[in-house]
Design a protein around this ligand. Sequence first.
Ligand SMILES: Cc1ncc(COP(=O)(O)O)c(C=O)c1O
Ligand SMILES: [Zn+2]
Length: 407
Amino acid sequence: MSQRKPSSFVSHLECPKCNKTYSVDEVNQLCDCGTPGTPLLVRYDLKKLKTEWSKSDLLTREPSLWRYRELLPVKSDENVVSLGEGMTPLIPLKKLGEKVGMPNLLLKDEGTIPSGCFKARGAAVGISKAKELGIKSLAMPTNGNAGGAWSLYAARAGIEANIVMPIKAPKITRSETAIAGAKLYLVDGLISDAGKIVGRAVQKNNFFDASTLKEPYRIEGKKTMGLEIAEQLDWEVPDVILYPTGGGVGIIGIYKGLKELQEIGWIGEKMPRLVAVQATGCAPIVKAWEENKKESDMWEDADTLAFGINVPKAIGDFLVLESIYETDGCAVAIDDETIVKCQEEIASIEGLFVCPEGAANLAAAKKLREDNWIKEEEKVVLLNTGAGIKYPYDPGKPAILQPDEDI
Ligand SMILES: Cc1ncc(COP(=O)(O)O)c(C=O)c1O
Ligand SMILES: [Zn+2]
């Protein structure tokens, strides 16, 4: 077994549109091509990595996303800010799977991660790299969960965080942000409105802009979901992965991570078909996919209770669509009523209280199975991006008993 101290093989940032390269040792945000600019992707020396890293190196590593240290962008261990995030369980949904004609149905449960949401992955890697780059204060728009996670990791790193979220974001994410000592601002609007406020604040106050895909490192944290799924299935990728898509960082990340695993020879040619799941109240990616377009249009009057995916226009939409087209995947929209029914179904049959965004995946998988787009024997992974307890749920009207009453 290798005794070598893990390090990063990170080499540079690259624009996926014009291929211009940028350094990972200084602050870089968007490529200057296009309007409002293009997200940059982190590149590694995969040729070198292929000869110097092996699967057996993982055997003695901690069960966190930092086990994939070589494929992460942080250079020095001193800068790693970790709360033990990653290696979430991949749980077989046997009973539910049989009920819906998919006996090989699995759920990756991100509800068990620090902050109760997969956003901790992006925050851990994003904040670690921000620390490495010497950043002292950042600002970000959020639909709630990312703001909570980034505030907590920023506190641990000693970085000041300025968070702007819609008034309608889940209330608990306000608490996470505030208790971590971040500056919390609410906006009577959508995440796109919060984004505009952050854009002005960045110009005025010289904050680091930590908006989705405007800093290149959050995606590196999220890609570890793909690396974990591959490792947990013994390096045989599933047939289908369903992902609740808002800004799309998770689906882009999973695709990127799996491509990197292919390049270093850890997985074969097969890619899972990636499915972007959205809500009917906000489905710009689904619309673009149905129209076979490369980019999405702004979705008017976006509204869904699955708040994390209430994103009317994602800056990385072209990358989301590419990951779907390249894997022969698809995009599906689900209405709020069905989302809640699926939440109840997963909890009452499998004992998992998933978030609405995660529950939307079940509805989408059922629909795709009915259309025979998913075949019975296929291995299907639902990504539950967070804990259901972070969201309001109406338990109905429980009976109120007097102490001497029986049930
Ligand atoms: C619970 C949950 N699921 C999914 C998403 C969408 O994430 P992504 O930006 O990766 O599409 C979010 C984003 O806020 C979220 O909070
Ligand atoms: Zn460019």
